[in-house]
Design a protein around this ligand. Structure first.
Ligand SMILES: *Cc1c(COP(=O)(O)O)cnc(C)c1O
Ligand code: SF4
Length: 383
């Protein structure tokens, strides 16, 4: 067990929050109201490096700083390279913009028939329902619109989005994202899910949310009732490092699972956070223990000021190679690059085919050994 699994050690007891009563700590409104939002507030909690201070000074024009006390307490305050810290505290690297970087790295704006609705794939849409998150990830693909630091003036248009979906019978799958949809008030979410369920061709509804990780207290019984009522609602949570798998997250996942919400996980491959096989293996094992199926591992998008986070995609492929066959198949996510400019998600896999001969395929298994599988005599070679 990781020390973070021990609730008595981690639930409250650190720094300026040491004396907060449990009833407040466990209240999601308190967690939101007490987020760390400013440089001054950050410095009350830990000693920033000069690089972090430089990053914080420019955050207000790029992507606001916000960290919930719950997530903040996972930071190792004595370690400037702490993988939790790197995700939420700005660094000077954010100010360095490389030529290949974009404000809209995966070309969402060009696939938006209605503000806040991205229709890129034939049968499904991405519906951005808010520009707010409980905390902000420094590598966020949607930094242009979340937190509203860049004056992007994003106003999700619920009615226009719902109308578009209703008028497009090919849309059978709606992915609610943002921002974080679970920041919407219960009644608003209830209304939105009800409206979507009333559209006969919408078969599949899912929510992408980092709230279970940043603000597990938000996963209240009342919220779970709403998800159950409109179910099945699927959910993708977003963890990057095993230390995020706290007791509180586990309890939140239990509540969701018992309300009939199938859970997946999306991770972003981040330099210094999770770009090694051992860390990822530990993460995916913990996810399975919480009934969460690892879904995608993303190559970090070319968002402006992200060079310090990005790795060589071959690192991701090698991580998958280290998992496949070496551990539970359910634990292995699909590694993808969201193609720059709007090509969508492209899977990257280790190559297990050594070659095709005239009548055999030569396979390399997880241990590197070669095996032959004979091709059917009548096989027509696919062009
Ligand atoms: C990721 C994404 C989806 C969902 O893709 P799946 O592979 O079905 O999870 C849908 N629309 C957009 C624009 C996306 O980026
Ligand atoms: S929770 Fe998601 S949308 Fe919000 S800042 Fe993080 S990556 Fe971006």
């Amino acid at each position: 067990m990781h020390p973070q699994d021990n609730p008595s050690q981690w639930r409250r007891g650190q720094g300026l929050w040491a004396n907060v009563p449990a009833a407040q700590w466990n209240d999601w409104h308190w967690q939101l109201q007490n987020r760390v939002l400013t440089l001054e507030h950050l410095e009350q909690h830990l000693e920033l490096t000069p690089e972090e201070r430089a990053g914080c000074e420019h955050a207000k024009d790029k992507l606001a700083v916000a960290i919930t006390p719950h997530f903040f307490n996972l930071i190792d305050r004595d370690d400037p390279t702490c993988p939790i810290r790197l995700q939420v505290i700005p660094r000077g690297g954010e100010l360095m913009v490389s030529p290949e970087e974009r404000l809209d790295p995966v070309g969402e704006e060009t696939h938006m028939p209605v503000p806040g609705l991205v229709h890129r794939y034939p049968d499904r849409v991405l519906f951005l329902v808010t520009d707010r998150c409980a905390a902000y990830c420094r590598y966020c693909t949607r930094s242009r619109l979340v937190s509203n630091a860049q004056n992007y003036d994003f106003h999700p248009e619920f009615e226009a989005g719902l109308k578009y979906i209703a008028e497009h019978p090919e849309v059978r799958d709606v992915l609610l994202s943002g921002g974080d949809p679970l920041l919407l008030a219960d009644n608003k979410l209830d209304y939105l899910l009800g409206r979507l369920r009333a559209i006969p061709h919408v078969e599949f509804i899912r929510i992408g949310s980092r709230i279970p990780v940043f603000l597990p207290q938000r996963i209240t019984p009342a919220l779970c009732e709403i998800l159950k009522k409109h179910g099945p609602i699927w959910m993708s949570i977003h963890t990057n490092h095993p230390r995020e798998c706290t007791w509180e997250l586990k309890e939140a996942c239990d509540r969701l699972s018992f309300a009939g919400v199938p859970l997946g996980n999306q991770s972003v491959l981040l330099r210094g956070v999770n770009d090694d096989a051992e860390t990822m293996k530990s993460l995916v094992h913990r996810l399975l223990q919480m009934r969460v199926r690892p879904y995608y591992l993303y190559q970090c998008d070319l968002i402006t000021g992200s060079a310090h986070f990005r790795t060589d995609p071959r690192v991701g492929v090698e991580i998958i190679r280290a998992l496949r066959g070496h551990t539970t198949g359910y634990a292995v996510p699909q590694f993808v690059i969201d193609a720059p400019g709007g090509g969508g998600k492209v899977p990257l896999n280790p190559n297990y085919v050594k070659e095709y001969t005239e009548n055999e395929i030569v396979l390399r298994n997880f241990a590197g050994e070669l095996y032959n599988y004979p091709l059917p005599a009548s096989a027509e070679v696919l062009k």
